[in-house]
Design a protein around this ligand. Structure first.
Ligand SMILES: Nc1ncnc2c1ncn2[C@@H]1O[C@H](COP(=O)(O)OP(=O)(O)OP(=O)(O)O)[C@@H](O)[C@H]1O
Length: 589
């Protein structure tokens, strides 16, 4: 596999530690070996000052002159240059690999977010997801670019030195390296036991981000209700929770820090004790003792690195786990099915839907022929929006089936289904781009004249041309510089521009005043003629001309029919009409 081929994140081992990082770097394995070799050689070159000291010391102890200072300095300079050239190349190569992986991983996560059921987002907090896609993906850089070379340095150099020292004197080698091995084992254990604490800290940090995001986004509301202090308190609590976990984690590893301080000086002490006190003087040569002293001093500088290496390994595992939680989120599968011949429009059979463990829709069955209109009415919380979302396959029912044009929604490809649908939800989404581009999201290739025509029809043109740069005025995120009614009309214009054969409007006129509402309805009735229309509205006069009205109550269909027939039946619909419009009893007769 060439490094330019797309990476397969699905096949990475789902575990912490270094395994996913090594697996994801497989396409660059040759470069990876090169990086490790370069780091190893650079590590060996870093030993040259110690070797030179030993060499000179040995010569002096033997009563000689040693090598000339110029030769020593030249040798050290060459080693220094060689070491830094190798490290420079290794850093550059490992960063190239890391950035390529990070780029592809971010793309894979974004791609995944486009395929998870939309209801999945209800369980996520936007601030946490943004943090994951932004900062946390970048945090992998340490694991991919630095950790492996650092591990090589911390393992290979001591190992090589150990081999040489064993050759010189195995007893001194033991004294020198036993504390180091103990330090590695203690760090590894602390990483294993610290995994849960690391996860808890990451989760707690997610909580802090959530509270901060509520605080920032909710300022207008919080101030209106004087809740600023309350929110401060919530943020302080979330921070406090994170801090206590961090403190607990530090407490848990404090003994390690102390142990490291002791072990860090133990190699030298053990070598001196053994070499000058315990072992008989004649059984040890001065040059062997000198070499062991030099090695143990060099080893002392590696203890801190070992400790931080294991901490970083633990953190890397936590970051991969967060990535996998998103990459492994279940998707809505597309399952081929045989279409029911000659069936056009929607057919729902015994649809049950469960949300957060609660049944929201019960045995809903209905038919909406192509080109006809259907209104969903009922009290708040009856399940109208939920049903509309299922028609767009934002999620799958727990049981029952929804067919469109004879084919179960589960058999439609995501793209093909989206092409069928235009949707205006209760929450209008407008983006920080020009007004024209916001409308054009409905159909990216629409010409300016088409954008303007649909804006005229949805009564947007006048307020748009009154903006400083007309259609090119850049909106604030969420369209904050527009009124609620203006935002909704823009969303309607976008949906109408989309030209999809099925239009779903969820309270799309809720913010319109009576005068505008009548005018928009008139324009829309022309635009949606011939299309399949699903409307949700509390203001029932807006839906009285629909071909079919379905009344939902507590997730069940309790009535269906046309306006006149339902009014005449004096059932739930008539009662709703009466309650909402305060029509006198005799008018319903
Ligand atoms: N994200 C969610 N998580 C859990 N339950 C939800 C969620 N969204 C809606 N529900 C529940 O599903 C039920 C139906 O909600 P839905 O929004 O479909 O009602 P509705 O008839 O459209 O109400 P309204 O007219 O107020 O918009 C409600 O009882 C609601 O509590």
């Amino acid at each position: 596999m060439s490094p330019n081929a797309p990476l397969d994140f699905a096949s990475l081992p789902r575990q912490g530690g270094l395994k996913p990082s090594l697996a994801v770097l497989q396409p660059w394995r040759r470069t990876l070996w090169g990086v490790c070799a370069a780091v190893a050689v650079a590590g060996m070159l870093s030993l040259t000052p110690y070797l030179a000291a030993w060499w000179q010391g040995q010569a002096l102890l033997a009563g000689g002159q040693g090598v000339s200072i110029t030769a020593v300095l030249s040798g050290l300079l060459v080693a220094w240059l060689g070491r830094h050239t190798l490290l420079y190349w290794a850093r550059a190569a490992s960063h190239r690999m890391a950035f390529a992986v990070i780029e592809q991983l971010r793309q894979a996560l974004l791609h995944k977010l486009q395929r998870v059921p939309l209801v999945w987002f209800d369980r996520q907090h936007p601030a946490e997801l943004t943090h994951l896609l932004g900062q946390q993906v970048d945090e992998l850089e340490d694991g991919l670019a630095h950790l492996l070379p650092d591990l090589v340095s911390a393992t290979l150099i001591p190992l090589l030195t150990l081999v040489v020292l064993v050759g010189v004197d195995w007893r001194l080698a033991l004294a020198c390296f036993l504390p180091y091995v103990l330090a590695v084992l203690a760090s590894a254990r602390s990483m294993v036991t610290g995994q849960a604490a690391m996860q808890a800290m990451m989760t707690a940090w997610g909580g802090v981000l959530q509270q901060l995001s509520v605080f920032v986004k909710g300022q207008p509301l919080l101030r209106a209700y004087g809740q600023g202090h309350h929110r401060h308190h919530a943020i302080a609590q979330a921070l406090q929770q994170h801090q206590s976990l961090a403190e607990a984690s530090v407490q848990r590893t404090l003994w390690l820090a102390v142990l490291f301080m002791i072990l860090g000086t133990s190699s030298l002490s053990a070598v001196l004790l053994l070499g000058m006190g315990v072992l008989p003087a004649h059984s040890i040569t001065p040059s062997a003792l000198l070499f062991a002293i030099v090695v143990s001093i060099g080893l002392g500088s590696l203890y801190g690195d070992v400790f931080s290496l294991f901490l970083r390994l633990g953190k890397l595992g936590g970051v991969w786990r967060r990535m996998f939680a998103v990459l492994d989120a279940p998707e809505l599968a597309v399952m081929p099915a045989q279409p029911v011949a000659a069936e056009r429009g929607y057919v729902l059979s015994a649809v049950n839907y469960v949300r957060s463990g609660r049944q929201v829709l019960h045995e809903v069955s209905l038919t909406l022929p192509e080109g006809r209109s259907l209104a969903l009415v009922g009290p708040s919380g009856a399940g109208k929006s939920t049903l509309a979302k299922l028609l767009m396959r934002q999620d799958d029912p727990a049981s029952g089936s929804i067919r469109l044009h004879g084919l179960p929604l589960t058999a439609w490809s995501e793209d093909l289904l989206r092409q069928q649908l235009a949707y205006v939800s209760q929450q209008v989404e407008l983006f920080a781009m020009s007004v024209a581009d916001n409308i054009r999201l409905g159909r990216p290739d629409a010409r300016d004249a088409e954008v303007e025509a649909v804006a005229q029809a949805m009564l947007c043109h006048d307020f748009i041309t009154a903006l400083p740069h007309g259609y090119q005025t850049r909106l604030e995120q969420g369209g904050r510089n527009l009124s609620g009614g203006q935002r909704q009309r823009l969303a309607l214009a976008r949906a109408m521009l989309c030209d999809a054969p099925i239009v779903i409007l969820d309270e799309a006129l809720a913010f319109s005043d009576i005068e505008n509402e009548a005018l928009i309805q008139q324009a829309m009735s022309t635009l949606v003629r011939g299309r399949t229309l699903v409307v949700i509205a509390h203001r029932l006069h807006t839906i009285q001309h629909c071909d079919q009205i379905v009344v939902l109550e507590a997730g069940r269909v309790v009535e269906t029919g046309r306006h006149a027939a339902l009014m005449a039946a004096q059932g739930r619909y008539a009662a709703l009409w009466q309650a909402l419009h305060d029509v006198p009893e005799e008018a319903l007769a």
